[in-house]
Design a protein around this ligand. Structure first.
Ligand code: ZN
Length: 680
């Protein structure tokens, strides 16, 4: 099929790195001081809108770029850190969310307590591993490690298998047990199988790391055990799906009945496995990488039980290294931080503690965050903007030239069913059964995992809930879940300079609105074409739609290929084409939505700028970015998103931009009406 394209059921546009330096709050979202009005908008719109900012700012030391996202990530990270640290020193009622958040953080920070316990927290589970004596008890133990740390984005579990509870690809009303591969300590399958000297060196370093870790816990004969563990992981990797297949949704969609596991994947005692995993009565599974389930199950039978026990002991230590004594964490950092990532020093412990608290209690921290920084007025105003954007899409889709009438009907049905989440979820996760004990970092992490597991497995017994959030409100990001048909825009993203609930509407629609509308367009483009209105797998365009779509898009690739940041280095228009189409869709639809929001009244003039002008300036300011030459070259070579300056030039395709700034045929950015790309 000409329009075949694969995609993960989840698209994340997020940054979860929490940095430490605060930035001054920006109260007013018309940033005239960031412009350079000596430049004509029709000559260089990006520098007209951003010239002041580009001159005033600098790339922070040690970074390769600086942009709005970096500012927001830093500011939000600092706010989250302060909130969490404040709860750690407050005396909160036992069982309250602040008590859980504060005690989780302070326990993680209490390195003296962690040190004094030594490896004792592991002793119970170590004894369980030691007691494994045959295939049945091995299978039963593996069942207890089935975890929920995977989702549509993280497709390799830390343990042998992972479960993601999400709706069925064929049945939107019910959740299903998505079973994912896992159990490898290195980043991907190729790390184990690639014969190149570089990868061979990686494996040698990993084996040394295994050996060093085993020595730290007093294991005799650590070197030969490390060699055995690596060889077992290599055999597991051989069973893993190739990386491209592992994330291909059409290859992930393999319904297996419980009764089929014994014949399709002999070796594991599946009865013992599923019983100890707590899902003995589960009848239906979606097996994402069947080769991994079959291959690893076979290894349960073919490999020595003692080798499995060595592997399980090592993986147990690895998994909890962040809450074990310093020597374990230091060895872990030496391999993963220094050797694999090139970091010289481990991050500050408080950063790790904030990240760990967010991981365990994401929506509890999210409640604290939104109470402080995202009031109901912000949610209401952003929701009104989303409603205008949906109305605008309804009109645009009805008039699309490349969509056939039948496809338009399907698109409109999908649009009507699309659930947009703004700021934070309508219903928060109930953490009341999750106990957090001050001074017990290890136990808290265990209980967090157990809570997550039972929370997720309980969903299997309920109808699917389209309102569920898969991103925390304090993340600077948005997430599209094609399955189900939802998109969520976090409170962390909906703040200045993108969005100011007390600020100028024209700027909000041009910035956050265009971003929101960009993401929504993906539900109807070639990515979204894979999933229907209920998020079920199946393509709803007809081949003629795709042909006309590609014909309309071809001009856009040519337009972007003409942009050359360095002599001899131009944009690859095809590589960035689908994101540029989404930019055009987003900008046009956000502009329609802005007009709708005015309800026929003229907008005010602010700082000498009309509403139309502020709308487009805010759009351009959305893309401002300082970047090292190396980073820019890297982006041009590999990224599916064009550099910000050229994304800002999307305005050249929009008739309203010409009118707003009186762009004349003699202006450098002018495109003849017939050369403007009209795909949406
Ligand atoms: Zn996009």
């Amino acid at each position: 099929m000409p329009f075949f394209r694969t995609a993960s059921p989840v698209l994340l546009f997020a940054s979860a790195v929490f940095l430490s330096v605060g930035a001054a709050p920006i109260a007013q979202n018309v940033y005239t001081q960031d412009m350079d009005r000596s430049i004509k908008p029709g000559e260089d719109f990006y520098r007209y809108a951003n010239g002041g900012w580009l001159k005033a700012e600098a790339i922070p030391a040690g970074q390769s770029s600086f942009d709005n996202r970096a500012i927001l990530t830093e500011r939000t990270g600092e706010r989250v850190r302060s909130l969490i640290q404040d709860t750690a020193t407050a005396k909160s009622a036992k069982g309250s969310l602040p008590q859980k958040v504060g005690d989780y953080y302070s326990s993680f920070m209490d390195e003296a307590a962690i040190e004094s316990k030594g490896l004792a927290p592991l002793s119970h589970e170590m004894a369980t591993i030691t007691a494994i004596s045959n295939k049945a008890s091995l299978s039963a133990y593996l069942g207890t490690t089935l975890n929920t740390e995977v989702d549509g984005l993280i497709a390799n579990a830390d343990h042998v298998f992972g479960v993601w509870v999400n709706q069925n690809f064929a049945d939107s009303k019910h959740y299903v047990f998505h079973l994912l591969q896992g159990g490898l300590g290195m980043p991907d399958r190729e790390s184990y199988l690639d014969p190149s000297p570089k990868m061979a060196e990686l494996r040698a370093q990993y084996q040394a790391h295994i050996s060093a870790t085993l020595k730290l816990v007093g294991t005799a004969d650590a070197e030969s055990k490390a060699a055995g563990i690596l060889s077992l992981e290599i055999r597991m990797a051989q069973a893993f799906a190739p990386d491209a297949d592992a994330v291909d949704v059409f290859k992930q969609n393999n319904p297996w009945k419980r009764t089929e596991f014994d014949t399709k994947a002999p070796g594991m005692d599946w009865n013992s496995y599923f019983t100890s995993a707590g899902v003995a009565d589960q009848s239906d599974f979606l097996v994402w990488q069947p080769s991994a389930v079959t291959g690893i199950s076979a290894l349960v039978a073919s490999e020595r039980v003692d080798l499995w026990k060595d592997y399980l002991r090592f993986r147990l230590i690895e998994h909890y290294s962040s809450v074990l004594p310093k020597a374990v964490a230091a060895e872990d950092f030496a391999f993963y931080g220094t050797f694999l990532s090139g970091a010289q020093r481990p991050p500050d412990r408080s950063k790790l503690a904030v990240a760990a608290t967010n991981a365990a209690l994401g929506q509890a921290v999210g409640q604290l965050y939104t109470e402080h920084y995202f009031p109901p007025e912000a949610k209401a105003r952003a929701q009104a903007m989303a409603t205008d954007i949906i109305t605008a899409y309804r009109n645009r889709i009805a008039n699309l030239a490349w969509m056939s009438p039948g496809t338009k009907q399907k698109a409109l049905t999908k649009l009507a069913a699309l659930k947009i989440g703004i700021g934070y979820p309508d219903t928060w996760i109930d953490y009341s059964t999750f106990e957090v004990v001050r001074g017990d970092a290890f136990g808290n992490m265990r209980r967090a995992e157990a809570f997550s597991r039972s929370y997720n497995l309980a969903k299997l017994k309920r109808p699917a809930d389209i309102g569920e959030w898969r991103i925390d409100p304090q993340i600077v990001g948005a997430v599209i879940l094609f399955s189900p048909n939802t998109e969520s825009f976090s409170a962390g993203l909906l703040q200045p300079p993108y969005f100011d609930y007390q600020g100028d509407a024209a700027s909000n629609y041009g910035s956050a609105g265009a971003g929101m509308a960009h993401e929504i367009s993906h539900s109807f483009d070639e990515l979204g074409n894979i999933y229907d209105d209920q998020g079920r797998l199946g393509m709803w365009w007809i081949p003629e739609d795709a042909d006309k779509y590609h014909a309309a898009a071809a001009k856009l690739a040519v337009q972007f290929s003409s942009y050359c940041p360095f002599s001899g280095l131009c944009i690859n228009g095809k590589q960035v084409q689908s994101e540029n189409i989404a930019d055009i869709a987003g900008l046009l639809t956000a502009h329609d939505a802005y007009i709708l929001s005015l309800k026929g009244k003229p907008d005010v003039v602010i700082g000498g700028l009309t509403g139309e002008q502020r709308f487009f300036i805010a759009f351009s300011q959305r893309w401002r970015k300082l970047q090292s030459e190396a980073a820019l070259r890297q982006q041009v070579a590999t990224d599916t998103h064009a550099p910000g300056e050229y994304r800002s030039d999307t305005v050249r395709n929009i008739d309203a931009w010409y009118k707003a700034f009186d762009i004349a045929p003699s202006d450098k950015l002018y495109l003849k009406p017939e050369d403007r790309v009209r795909i949406w």
